[in-house]
Design a protein around this ligand. Structure first.
Ligand code: GLC
Length: 442
């Protein structure tokens, strides 16, 4: 029998351990700085029991926002020796939009408006929460404006990414084909030392070759002085995918709601939602294969690799009922996780693929955040089998963490891998416990 209250206390402890006074690290040892989408998920967890911390998490993150609205994927509040790329490596001062605080020069998924709405909805002190929304609203708006202005190459509402780290799913097999085409010019690669493999075994991390590509791309962006237009023109990695666009679509709806709460104009956010939703359905949904795919803008074609991100449009209720049922059937199959068969939640990559790698980071394992997105999405539809699957995911999240610990990710057999005491594993578990088990703060 799982003691849900005790599990909740443990989750709070994990967040407390990773709390660095101004922000919460994803994991104190492997990722000691502040990461963008991690902090969004973390704030959702805090919103259930500590409004102040939730607000501060977001406020700290937005200290790193660039003048053009870009919210960088890492904000460096301190200097630590155990992480590469270090704060100085990015040299963001070469771009006039960069803030004085050190940050990275690339983005991550815009989950923040959603996190802010959670903070408001769960707030004990509504007056303070409204003040917070008034303070954060212009920043969220300029973040979304940045995406639709600078990262919308076809003007169709599908936002592109220029670096695998921007995807949040660093070594997902979707990039394999693109990597084969990227010729790393050795002379442009600086001498660097990976620090991640001092904390976690190398076999569970991206390869050295992956890292060379990550660094090669950043060197290119530095050469281009982080000018977005030039990056879109020259980056050999240029992709539009279902994960970022679904998260953004939901954030647009939530930003519209925030605007209504504080009496601001909300129409543009609803328009963006519709635009991105329609483009996802028209351009990335592969009806025959029952999944949303990534589109490679350099090669001008859809990438036929099936990953769990391909089901995340459910999260923002992007597929109409019939299409939702189709993609559901594929997810509910031996390729991902079939109800009634021996599996824990949705794996990150098609188990039937020859490249499926059950313990290797984004190349097969189960991630709590991806399952949380799918869980939330399934609950937005009225089909009983969707509800059943959502409950199964919730149960799996609870079981995995209570049996094996607060790991960064889990193998399909259950065991935990990667960083121990990982923040979004804890914060999203808290959200699931509140939603499913009716936990309440006194
Ligand atoms: C890894 C993950 C990314 C996450 C970061 C910090 O790079 O792939 O999604 O934001 O670690 O946790």
């Amino acid at each position: 029998m799982i003691n849900y209250n005790a599990l909740y206390e443990k989750a709070k402890e994990v967040l407390y351990k990773n709390w660095m006074i101004k922000y919460t690290a994803p994991s104190k040892y492997l990722y000691p700085h502040q990461w963008s989408w991690d902090s969004g998920f973390i704030a959702i967890g805090y919103s259930h029991y500590d409004q102040e911390k939730a607000q501060n998490e977001i406020i700290s993150l937005f200290k790193g926002q660039w003048k053009n609205g870009m919210l960088p994927h890492i904000v460096y509040h301190c200097d630590f020796e155990n992480y590469f790329p270090d704060p100085d490596y990015w040299m963001t001062h070469i771009n006039e939009n960069a803030p004085s605080i050190k940050t990275s020069g690339i983005i991550q998924q815009p989950v923040h408006a959603t996190a802010c709405l959670y903070i408001y909805k769960n707030a004990k002190d509504i007056k303070k929460a409204k003040e917070f929304l008034r303070f954060i609203f212009p920043k969220l708006k300029s973040w979304h404006e940045f995406l639709y202005r600078e990262r919308n190459p076809d003007n169709d509402g599908l936002i592109c990414i220029v670096h695998p780290w921007e995807s949040g799913t660093d070594n997902i097999p979707v990039w394999d084909d693109i990597y084969r085409r990227i010729k790393v010019e050795e002379e442009k690669l600086p001498v660097y030392k990976r620090k991640d493999i001092e904390t976690v075994a190398k076999e569970y991390r991206p390869t050295d070759k992956d890292y060379d590509i990550y660094i090669y791309l950043i060197e290119l962006f530095k050469e281009l002085k982080y000018d977005q237009k030039s990056i879109l023109e020259h980056s050999p990695f240029l992709v539009k995918g279902p994960l970022l666009n679904s998260i953004l679509a939901q954030s647009n709806l939530d930003l519209a709601e925030i605007a209504r709460i504080i009496g601001e104009d909300y129409k543009i956010f609803e328009e963006w939602y519709e635009l991105t939703k329609n483009a996802l359905n028209e351009k990335l949904l592969d009806c025959d294969q029952h999944i949303y795919l990534y589109y490679d803008l350099r090669n001008k074609k859809l990438i036929n690799t099936h990953v769990s991100a391909g089901f995340t449009p459910l999260y923002a209720k992007i597929p109409p009922d019939e299409e939702a049922k189709c993609i559901f059937d594929y997810m509910n199959s031996g390729s991902f996780c079939k109800l009634g068969e021996k599996c824990y939640a949705v794996v990150s990559f098609d188990r039937k693929s020859k490249d499926f790698s059950p313990h290797h980071y984004w190349r097969g394992p189960i991630w709590v955040n991806m399952n949380w997105l799918i869980y939330k999405g399934l609950k937005k539809y009225d089909f009983p089998e969707f509800k059943e699957y959502a409950s199964y995911i919730a149960k799996s999240i609870i079981d995995l963490i209570s049996y094996y610990g607060f790991y960064e990710y889990f193998g399909h057999e259950g065991k935990g891998y990667g960083a121990k005491d990982f923040s979004w594993t804890a914060s999203l578990l808290i959200d699931v416990l509140f939603e499913e088990k009716g936990l309440k703060e006194p």
